[in-house]
Write a protein that binds this ligand. Structure first.
Ligand SMILES: Nc1ncnc2c1ncn2[C@@H]1O[C@H](COP(=O)(O)OP(=O)(O)O)[C@@H](O)[C@H]1O
Ligand SMILES: Cc1ncc(COP(=O)(O)OP(=O)(O)O)c(N)n1
Length: 278
């Protein structure tokens, strides 16, 4: 039977992030992708030029249309923009007994805000308590916890704070770390698991959409039935391959390469993720 994943996120018309990145990643990983669009952005590799959010009723209708027809196996959220949208999404998802990945998207690479400040409390109160995995980058983890993060001790403190908000597990992504030479993410779960997963740092400017692509891969692996910790390691290998084969297109941050993973698999070079005991 085909596995089905859903992304509830904004459109990135340049194809590197948002709904487009999610669907391409689902497809690459052999999972059937469905979506509910929360906002339309006009953006390219240089930044976001305009945003139009979608009527929350239409967002609810999109989610309902899928769930009343398909057996969805995992859901991910990305750009949610406002507290109104977060409330509607939380209401739709709260009783679903399937993995839910919350990527708490806040600021795009060029600096544009993809989540209003007024929506941060709603994200913490309505969505984090129903999350299977929350995937903040370092600045997002700082906003969610009010902590400053500079080293492993801070990262672990922030992860515990996020678990205390009700999430079953958290990955604090390391793309913004300056204290370690590699790309090192922390996974921690309410069930007591903790490990860092590390891949070599890739020196590239073409990282548009890394967070979305990573969270979409994680969602696809959870839809397949992998355990959280295993899905986190597989998603790390996926994003490493996607960044390593990033596309130098556009004059700003080019997109990661969503179809690089299977190419790597065929040459058996994809196993770069190293799990380190925490
Ligand atoms: N230059 C890089 N080389 C290798 N891995 C990276 C690089 N940049 C980000 N990553 C990895 O990509 C994933 C997304 O992280 P991050 O860039 O922090 O997310 P976001 O796009 O939300 O800011 C993480 O697993 C991180 O470790
Ligand atoms: C529509 C939309 N959603 C999310 C993002 C941000 O994606 P992310 O993966 O965090 O990538 P960067 O912005 O860091 O490149 C976006 N830009 N657009």
């Amino acid at each position: 039977m085909v596995q089905i994943a859903m992304t509830i996120a904004g459109s990135d018309n340049s194809g590197g992030a948002g709904i487009q990145a999610d669907i391409k990643t689902f497809q690459e990983l052999g999972v059937f992708g469905t979506s509910a669009l929360t906002a339309v952005t006009a953006q390219n590799t240089q930044g976001v030029h305009a945003i139009q959010s979608i009527d929350p009723e239409i967002i609810a209708a999109q989610i309902e249309a899928i769930f009343t027809d398909f057996p969805v196996h995992a859901v991910k959220t990305g750009m949610l923009f406002s507290s109104e949208i977060i409330q509607v999404v939380a209401e739709q998802l709260k009783n679903k007994e399937i993995p839910l990945v919350i990527d708490p998207v806040m600021i795009a690479k060029g600096g544009a805000s993809l989540l209003r400040e007024e929506a941060i409390e709603a994200l913490k109160k309505e969505l984090l308590p129903i999350a299977t995995v929350v995937t903040p980058n370092i600045p997002e983890a700082e906003v969610l916890t009010g902590l400053q993060i500079q080293n492993n001790a801070d990262i672990e403190k922030a992860a515990k704070h996020i678990l205390a908000l009700g999430a079953k597990s958290v990955v604090i992504k390391g793309g913004h770390r300056v204290d370690v030479p590699d790309a090192e993410d922390l996974f921690m779960s309410a069930a007591g698991e903790k490990f860092y997963v590390r891949t070599p740092w890739i020196d590239t400017k073409d990282t548009h959409g890394t967070g979305c692509t990573y969270a979409a891969a994680l969602t696809a692996f959870l839809a397949e039935g992998k355990k959280q910790a295993d899905a986190v390691i597989s998603a790390k290998n996926f994003i490493h391959a996607a960044i390593e084969n990033g596309l130098d297109i556009g004059s700003g941050h080019g997109p990661t390469n969503h179809w690089a993973y299977k190419q790597r698999m065929t040459v058996e070079k994809h196993k770069k993720g190293v799990v380190i005991d925490g």
